[in-house]
Design a protein. Sequence first.
Length: 142
Amino acid sequence: MRSFKTSLRTATLTALLIAVPLAGAYAAGHHKGALDAADPTDMTGSRVEALIAQVQGVRQGIVDARQANNITPAVAERLEMRTAHIGQAAEKVAASDHGRIPAAQYHDLLRRLDNVDQRLRVDTGSGFLMGDGDDGGNYPNG
């Protein structure tokens, strides 16, 4: 009887040790977490509205910098033209596709708008600085 109890315990322990890693592997293979989520193919609603709001924010920054005489009228005009072109492109695409912007184009518009914003920061002297001063100074990034 004792050997039957020992072999039953050993068989149970062995089965458990085999089943646990397999169950974990099965769960990991069939679970889709937040980090595994694919990017949406179209940006709609609040993201499109946020893009338009960011365009308006950059425009306001250009107006404020010009009024404070931090940039010249020529620089303000160049930045405003780039910003307006980005805003018009976003509105045109969203209007032609029922309020949707394809993800790749959305990210491209955000990148272009960020470049205009960074150029405004550099032109006004508030751009990010690179370097730690070891070589004699910090330099504007842009």
